[in-house]
Every structure is written in structure tokens, then in C-alpha cells.
Ligand binder design. Structure first.
Ligand code: SF4
Length: 348
């Protein structure tokens, strides 16, 4: 009997073209090694649309598998090796509350257009789609926020207040033009929309992983490595982004690390699995260091063993695909397609 890795390789060979294994960059090395396609959220959303295999195993968190299921072709099935792998940030936006807040904001006569970070449930994407809004990723947030600001009086950006503020700054907005909403049911902010005049309204969510990074850690790194360059993900707080040399999506950080000069040190502030992979990839040419230890525990719920079980179940015809409630399908798809269309037009 072979190792888990060998058994997975043999099963993949048996399933051949009927199978495609897709993995997000934050997956652990023992899983990513089996993936046919890797990428960040935007790359995977695009690539999944081109896959023809009837079975797609998505190594990532639940909202990603839901998005893939939404974009899948007829007859294609999406499987998540661990359905409890969720995203803490996506859980900060219950769809019913998003719907209530949008109804109240729009009832006051303003046209408030929602812009949902892709890290949201399909139910939230459906609400956003019904209100004429769209989805965005960290790679296209600037393009999509600009798009959303052109659609109405205000934009409700959710769930990540950090990505929202960092992107707004890039577009030239300042703190007087945004407001972090208090979304508790008895809150003044959500319940008194006539007082709201800001162009950008921010849902008070964030990523617990990227919230671990601080400006003090950057200062300490600069002390230890005076010539180092620091790049962070825009899910970090605005204070961290401002203290860094650069900020950008996962795809940006990968490129940034790849372009560093020989013998330099690049410090990356994002999920540690990715940083460790970059460290190994560039070893011998330059040093890639993590800003701080920050593993996403939900991404880590997908393991090599669970991937193997999923493949065995596919082979046996008993694997359970991710299902999408039919009522969510059309409006959620509209919110995703608005993103793909706006990015196509902007050449992003
Ligand atoms: S790293 Fe943060 S945003 Fe990404 S899946 Fe984990 S909790 Fe969600």
C-alpha cells in the first residue's frame, strides 16, 4: 500500500480528464502539490469557468467552492474536501442582515449600491445582485469600487472594512468620505439612514488572519533588516498598509516577491503557507520572510487525507457536490458577472 500522496496520484491518473483539482494559494503544501490549477480568488474564478472536467475538487474555503459551483457548466460538480472549511470574514455578514441594512439605507431615498468582496456567502452575493451590486476581489477592488461609485449615491462595501478603506484611499477618498456602519439592529447608523451622507459605507468586518499584522512588527523587521522591503495584503489595517512599502492582492505579492533583487530581503504580510512557499521558491537568490506567523485555520481544514477521501468518493460515485439553492442562482450570478464584465471593460 502506497503513501497518501501516491494513492492520490494513482486515483488522479485513473480519473484522468474527468477530474480537475483546484487549490487556493493559502492551502498547505501537502495539498497544493496535488492541484492542477492554483491561484487567488480572482484567478480561480476565471480559470474554473474554462475547466471542462465534470468533477472539480476545490481545495479552499466554502465561499470559493460556492462561487465555483455557480460558474460551473451544466453537468459539472464541485466538491469541497471539508465542508466545514469556512472563512471567518464571510461569516461576519449574515445575508438577512445585509438585506435589512440595504433596505433601510435605500428607503431613505439614497441609491446605495452594494459591493461585496468575494469572501461572502452565496446568499450575500444573491442579495447584492438583487440590489444591482457586484462582487470584487482584492486584485480588482480598485476597478470595482470605482465602478460602484459611478452606479449610485453611495456604495456599501462588505464585509472587509480594511480592504474598503485601503482601496478608497487609492482612489483619493479620505476619512471624511467613508463611515464604518454600526450594523447592530438598534444602532443609530443603520437605523437612521437619513443622517448618512458619506459616499462609502463600510461593513464592520475584517479577516482575523490579516488583522494579526501590526505597524510595530514592520518597525521591528526594518530594525532587524534595515534594507528590507515590506509588502502586505490590503486586508491588513490601513495603518499596516501605510507602514509597508507596497500592498496588493495575493497575485501581486507573489509577483513582488519574485522581482526582488539578488541577496535582498522581502518581508510579506499575508497567510503563512503562501509566504513559506515563496521562501522556498526564491531560496538561494533572495530571502522571503514572513511578517508574523498567521495561518488560516479554515484553509487548513482541507488536508491531504480529506482530499484522498473525496477522490475515493468520486471514484465510487458517492461524493456530495456543493449545491446552490435555486433562488440564489440568478441574482448571485448577476453580481459575479457584473464583476467579470466591469473588469473586462477596464482591461483588468
Ligand atoms: S485568510 Fe482570512 S479572508 Fe482568507 S479565508 Fe482565511 S479568514 Fe477568510
Amino acid at each position: 500500500m502506497g503513501t497518501t500522496a501516491e494513492t492520490i496520484a494513482a486515483l488522479k491518473k485513473t480519473l484522468g480528464d474527468s477530474l480537475c483539482v483546484v487549490g487556493h494559494h493559502y492551502q498547505q503544501e501537502s495539498v497544493i502539490t496535488h492541484c492542477d490549477i492554483t491561484g487567488d480568488s480572482l484567478e480561480l474564478a476565471r480559470k474554473v469557468a474554462d475547466i471542462t472536467a465534470p468533477h472539480i475538487v476545490f481545495c479552499g474555503v466554502y465561499f470559493m467552492a460556492e462561487s465555483a459551483a455557480l460558474l460551473a457548466r451544466p453537468g459539472q460538480q464541485i466538491y469541497l474536501p471539508e465542508t466545514a472549511a469556512n472563512c471567518v470574514m464571510s461569516q461576519m455578514t449574515p445575508a438577512t442582515r445585509v438585506n435589512e441594512v440595504l433596505e433601510r439605507l435605500n428607503a431613505a431615498g439614497r441609491n446605495v449600491v452594494p459591493l461585496a468582496y468575494v469572501n461572502t456567502s452565496l446568499a450575500v452575493k444573491a442579495v447584492v445582485g438583487r440590489f444591482g451590486g457586484a462582487v470584487c476581489t482584492s486584485a480588482n477592488a480598485r476597478t470595482m469600487l470605482r465602478w460602484a461609485l459611478e452606479q449610485g449615491d453611495s456604495v456599501l462595501f462588505l464585509p472587509d472594512k480594511n480592504l474598503g478603506r485601503n482601496t478608497a484611499r487609492e482612489l483619493g477618498l479620505d476619512a471624511s468620505q467613508w463611515r464604518i456602519l454600526d450594523i447592530r439592529r438598534k444602532s443609530d447608523a443603520a437605523d437612521a439612514p437619513e443622517d448618512i451622507r458619506e459616499r462609502l459605507l463600510l461593513w464592520p468586518g475584517c479577516c482575523a488572519i490579516h488583522a494579526k499584522f501590526t505597524p510595530e512588527q514592520i518597525r521591528a523587521m526594518r530594525e532587524a533588516h534595515p534594507d528590507c522591503l515590506v509588502a502586505v495584503h490590503p486586508e491588513c489595517s490601513p495603518e499596516v498598509v501605510q507602514a509597508a512599502d507596497a500592498a496588493g492582492s495575493t497575485a501581486f505579492l507573489i509577483k513582488y516577491a519574485a522581482q526582488a533583487p539578488q541577496d535582498s530581503t522581502v518581508v510579506i504580510g499575508t497567510e503563512t503557507n503562501l509566504v513559506e512557499r515563496l521562501r522556498a521558491r526564491h531560496a538561494g537568490h533572495h530571502t522571503v520572510a514572513r511578517l508574523h506567523r498567521a495561518y488560516c485555520s479554515h484553509m487548513a481544514k482541507v488536508t491531504e487525507d480529506k482530499l484522498l477521501t473525496t477522490l475515493q468518493h468520486i471514484r465510487a460515485g458517492i461524493a456530495q457536490p456543493v449545491s446552490i439553492p435555486s433562488a440564489h442562482r440568478a441574482p448571485a450570478r448577476a453580481s459575479l458577472e457584473r464583476m467579470l464584465e466591469a473588469c473586462r471593460k477596464a482591461g483588468v
